[in-house]
Design a protein around this ligand. Sequence first.
Ligand SMILES: [Zn+2]
Length: 315
Amino acid sequence: MKIHILLAVMLLGFASAGCGNTSEPEQGALHSRTINVVATTSMVADLVGVIGGDRVAVTGLMGPGVDPHLYKASEGDVARMAGADVIFYNGLHLEGKMTEVFEQMQRRDIHTFAVAESIAEDHLLGSANFSGSHDPHVWFDVSLWGEAAHETARALSALDSTHATTYTTNLEAYLVELDSLDAYVRHRVEAVPEAQRVLITSHDAFGYFGSAYGFEVRGLQGISTATEAGTADVQELAAFVAEEKIPALFVESSVSRRGIEAVREAVRARGFEVAIGGTLYGDALGSPGTPEATYLGTVRHNVDTIVGALTNVTP
Ligand SMILES: [Zn+2]
């Protein structure tokens, strides 16, 4: 008899544990509390914060100056992701060393959303280094980031349909800001004569910038920073700079400046002086408390730095 009661209690226990394991009640409750978001890069964290507004608490994993191509999730990151309602990341292999962690989270039924992968494929650039894949640096084209904003609002609305109007309102306000930012970039680059619109940076992050705003772009390293530039790469780029009399090179906040310094030295050895035009925010936003801590501020900083360096220096 005792055994039967024990069995019944155990069965009840299993039944209620079974209920707790289904994610339905948890999801249903999302509308009544703040949504816990984990975001990988600072650009993605900024975007989800803007579209989610008061509805989301965003934890960003990668701070200022952090290179997403090389970033590996720490144990703490994995725990944060496991406890999140939803994980937002860039995708298109930008976070090249986190693929397994994302898959692990998907197996645990945690919602994941790759903002760059939500953009229409025919708007994406190919990757010269990896055939069949796409350049992940979509945020450098402001209109594409607007598409990512649309899809972010859509993803949040799917999770929390009760507040869909909030996400739509936040999206519409942000699209106005993005439109005016895009116009600002277009206006600023007009100051650079077409022949001088050549942007040389640490790695190939600026392809979308070049394509949207009419610049030829060259990076010392490829689309990913995972492969180090060799002497031949430095010499090839230096030959191009000296030949074309490019006035300035740019370092990136998330990549060591040594590579670009080496190119500058190699250009000097060829009898030409090239300036370092400044630091651009490549794969991470600026420090908290500065204007560059937001996407809007970063884009302004980058275009002002580029235009300033390419117009002030006489080749
Ligand atoms: Zn990159």
